[in-house]
Design a binder for this molecule. Structure first.
Ligand code: FE2
Length: 465
């Protein structure tokens, strides 16, 4: 039996990230991406009264997404039906070219002045514009997914099902579910054929005995529970919706059906909003132990049990959080970190090397190889893992070994603090299940704020005296 790895999606994750970097470097400079912009619109002696509705009307003609519209510095003669302000603060998502057009309209057509805030200058000091990213699971409906690669859901000549039109048709029918899927919908069930069930049975029953000695404790606990509650068995392929509900109860992660390759940026961003993009089709039945791309055997056997573990779920989400709004070069590094942890990570438990990476746990050949003593094992180090060359045509020659998930998480946070550059902080609001961002303030902003406080204190002191 062939034992080649079955992870085309994740190998492509790094490769695709490199391609995106190259492509974007070559892009026309006029194609400006959207970023977070903040500015103040200020009334002048020549201007009419400045109201929020007026500003909203001015901005309506531009393709921008207003995040905050707020009156500042006191109201000017507020009439009954509207509030007029000295200044209106705007935080929005738009390109620099649109910002320039807005400024021109504001100053020339309406005799107002516009002050771009220092946070914008901070953003400019970074070498990239912040690209739009999903803030919640529903935003994943807006992600590009397969659009960047229209052929991504097609079968290439290296696929075992290349010469099987029935398989190609079957796969197309299943991927239609993902193409139509919208957040909040239950994931439609697939009535798997006997061939597909038999493929699952072979993969599942081959791997399960090997997990007992090769898988980490967290994986074993999780898959035992999945079996105990009746979701997992060798006899049938679990339905994504059932697994997603179970997973959501455990760690807050959900599954979302995906038709094939996903752009690295979108795939990583989905982790940030606690969504794992999951294929629903099954590899070709003539090649049960090999697939050149991820299929539901890989996702359900490799990824899902680990995502049931709270610490690992946090680790996975934080990898996703790192990717939000970063430049293409950083996406490459984060994709590499993902590869050497979530896909091909090893850890040490009770003095023994165990697997936690889905690419190892879902491929018996890789599992045997990773634990054979032949490949090089290196202590997990983000600086090294983020640039380590990877192998997608054969087994990994090198694996990184984490002492614990918590230790790996701390290392990743340290790495992010010193390496990943973006003009905002991103946090996950668990109660609202959405990403919140806050613009980073520069040393100049802080100095200015301190000076303002000092002058206010001095004024108060003078009053007391
Ligand atoms: Fe994977």
């Amino acid at each position: 039996m062939s034992t080649r790895r079955m992870l085309r999606k994740t190998s492509s994750l790094i490769e695709d990230a490199k391609l995106v970097t190259q492509r974007n470097h070559a892009d026309n400079e006029n194609q400006q991406p959207v970023s977070i912009q903040e500015f103040l619109i200020c009334s002048t002696a020549q201007s009419d009264k400045l109201s929020l509705s007026f500003v909203a009307g001015c901005l309506e003609n531009y393709e921008i997404k207003i995040k905050i519209l707020e009156g500042k510095n006191g109201k000017i003669h507020p009439p009954k039906d509207d509030n007029c302000w000295e200044q209106v603060y705007v935080s929005c998502e738009c390109s620099l070219s649109h910002l320039t057009s807005i400024e021109k309209t504001i100053t020339e057509a309406y005799s107002l002045t516009m002050k771009r805030l220092s946070s914008l200058d901070n953003a400019r000091s970074f070498h990239h514009e912040v690209q739009w990213f999903p803030k919640c699971a529903a935003d994943l409906d807006l992600c590009q997914h397969l659009r960047e690669k229209p052929d991504a859901d097609r079968i290439t000549d290296e696929h075992p099902g290349f010469q099987d039109p029935d398989y190609a048709e079957r796969r197309r029918n299943i991927t239609e579910i993902a193409m139509r899927y919208k957040h909040g919908d239950p994931i439609p069930s697939v009535e798997y054929t006997n061939d597909e069930k038999e493929t699952w049975r072979k993969v599942y029953s081959t791997l399960r005995p090997l997990h007992a000695t090769g898988a980490c404790l967290q994986y074993l606990n999780a898959i035992d529970e999945l079996e105990t509650c009746g979701l997992y068995s060798a006899d049938d392929i679990p339905q994504l919706n059932d697994v997603s509900e179970y997973l959501n109860d455990r760690t807050g992660f959900r599954l979302r059906p995906v038709a094939g390759l996903v752009s690295p940026r979108d795939f990583l961003a989905s982790l940030a909003v606690k969504v794992f993009q999951c294929t629903q089709y099954v590899r070709h039945h003539l090649s049960p132990m090999h697939t050149p791309e991820p299929d539901c055997c890989h996702e359900l056997i490799g990824h899902v049990p680990m995502l049931c573990d709270e610490e690992f779920a946090i680790f996975s989400q934080e990898i996703g959080m790192l990717s939000l709004g970063v430049c293409d070069e950083d996406i490459e590094k984060i994709a590499s970190l993902y590869w050497f942890t979530v896909e091909f990570g090893l850890c040490k438990q009770d003095g023994k090397i165990k697997a936690y990476g889905a690419g190892i746990l879902s491929a018996y050949g890789e599992l045997e190889h990773a634990l054979s003593g032949r490949p090089q094992l290196v202590e997990f180090d983000c600086d090294k893992a983020s640039v380590q060359p990877y192998q997608d045509a054969d087994y990994q020659p090198l694996y990184f070994v984490a002492s614990t998930f918590k230790d790996a998480l701390f290392k990743m946070r340290d790495y992010a603090a010193k390496t990943i550059k973006r003009p905002f902080d991103a946090t996950f609001d668990a109660s609202k299940t959405m990403i919140r961002t806050q613009t980073k303030r520069s040393a100049y902003d802080i100095t200015r704020a301190v000076e303002q406080i000092r002058s206010q204190v001095t004024a108060l002191e003078e009053l007391i005296i």
